[in-house]
Write a protein that binds this ligand. Structure first.
Ligand SMILES: Cc1ncc(COP(=O)(O)O)c(C=O)c1O
Length: 398
């Protein structure tokens, strides 16, 4: 089989290839600023200066203050730093004897679920806010649950499996008036909509570079002024004491370059992701096929809840009353040359039924049938013909 071209890679919510400009920038920074930023000599000074220039540029692109951007190894680590860092062990916080509560949604990424479980082991209560059939959180239930003992909320802004964008402005206002700390997992929204974080009453936000054609192994946590965090990696006290370990200066420069590219694309297209019209056209083609149904919000309808602009998620009917298993469909589509996902790449080794689709009210055979298609800026209209045909062949083969 000939190696598939990038135009057949439809799994950008899992990861993306490095943009050539990003690879070039990283090579330059690696050559010129390879020193340890903590060293007290010219090599170290060059690396430290480069790191701080990247931090400043990232802050400007995110619309926040530079001293508040903490670099990490990726989305999972940022989420853990946000949750574990803002929820100290109970004996330090608890004067009344009541356990504090963390609210998460029923459709969080496994990294947030793992961090929530760690808080539970520290004695915190963890409660899930239910979602509707489209994956949007139940705002009435959420508002009720914001009452004491809730101290912390962590929500996925753009859902990776079904694309639902939560109404974060409303959520942030509710948290602010209840005096509850809010962390958003913004890994999937980064680069797909403009972010002006200083204007948002959100306390902590997690990001990763590799979803936007940046390198793997680098992420960021934005910490709003006044928020005190406890580090969970100790050592040399780098990143303002919040994340010890010699800084990955070239990876950070790659993250900055990737975010600059994504931001430029949004600016040129009036703050909209230019891949959205292609995604909409692909949705129209696929949903016109018999037995193909959408999960998550309909991209053809405006209003709440919105959908990630590069994201499509489907269930495909076998034709005799059964849903095609998502993992088998992904494997068969790969034989047709297309790289898709059966949901979240991070959960693809787990049980067949998606916890996200189950939480949205799908029965188990449908919840095992999820197919995710996520586009990148390089995709073009050839997809509109090629992919539906490949899906039809895959369905026939199965
Ligand atoms: C919404 C969301 N949060 C967190 C993560 C974890 O990010 P990373 O793989 O960089 O640790 C991912 C990655 O798939 C994600 O999609």
């Amino acid at each position: 089989m000939a190696p598939p071209s990038l135009s057949q890679y439809l799994d950008c919510c899992a990861t993306t290839p490095l943009a050539p400009e990003v690879a070039e920038r990283m090579a330059v920074v690696q050559a010129e600023a390879w020193g340890n930023p903590s060293s007290l000599h010219g090599f170290g000074f060059a690396a430290a200066e480069q790191l701080e220039r990247s931090r400043q540029a990232m802050a400007a692109l995110l619309g926040c203050q530079q001293e508040r951007v903490v670099f990490t190894s990726g989305g999972s680590e940022s989420i853990h730093l946000a949750l574990l860092g803002s929820a100290p062990p109970l004996e330090l916080t608890n004067t009344s004897g009541d356990a504090p509560r963390l609210l998460i949604s029923a459709v969080e990424h496994p990294a947030s679920r793992a961090a929530a479980a760690a808080l539970q082991r520290r004695g915190w209560l963890v409660q899930e806010v239910p979602v509707d059939r489209l994956g949007a959180i139940d705002l009435e239930a959420f508002e009720r649950l914001l009452a004491p003992p809730t101290r912390l909320v962590s929500l996925i802004w753009g859902q990776s499996e079904v694309g639902t964008i939560q109404p974060v402005e409303r959520i942030a206002a509710l948290c602010r008036s209840a005096g509850v700390l809010l962390h958003l997992d913004a890994v999937q929204v980064l680069g797909h909509q403009p972010l002006r974080l200083a204007e948002m009453p959100v306390d902590l936000l997690s990001f990763a570079a590799h979803k936007i054609q940046g390198p793997r192994g680098v992420g960021a946590l934005v910490v709003k002024p006044g928020i005190q965090l406890q580090p969970f990696i100790g050592g040399g006290g780098q990143e303002g004491g919040l994340r010890s370990g010699t800084e990955a200066v070239a990876l950070v420069a790659g993250f900055e370059a990737a975010l600059q590219l994504a931001t430029d694309r949004l600016v040129v297209h009036g703050d909209c992701d230019p891949v959205a019209p292609l995604r909409d056209a692909l949705a129209a083609e696929l949903l016109a096929m018999p037995g193909v149904v959408l999960t998550g919000p309909d991209p053809r309808q405006s209003g709440h809840p919105a959908r990630l602009p590069h994201h499509l998620s489907l269930l495909v009917h076998a034709g005799r009353g059964d849903w095609l298993n998502g993992r088998q469909l992904v494997q068969t589509l790969w034989r047709e040359g297309f790289a898709c996902s059966s949901g979240s790449a991070c959960s693809s080794s787990g049980s067949a039924a998606s916890a996200v689709l189950l939480a949205m009210g799908y029965e188990s055979s449908a919840a095992a049938a999820g197919l995710r298609i996520s586009l990148g800026p390089w995709h073009g209209s050839e997809l509109l013909e090629q992919f539906p045909q490949a899906l039809e062949r895959a369905r026939a083969a199965l």
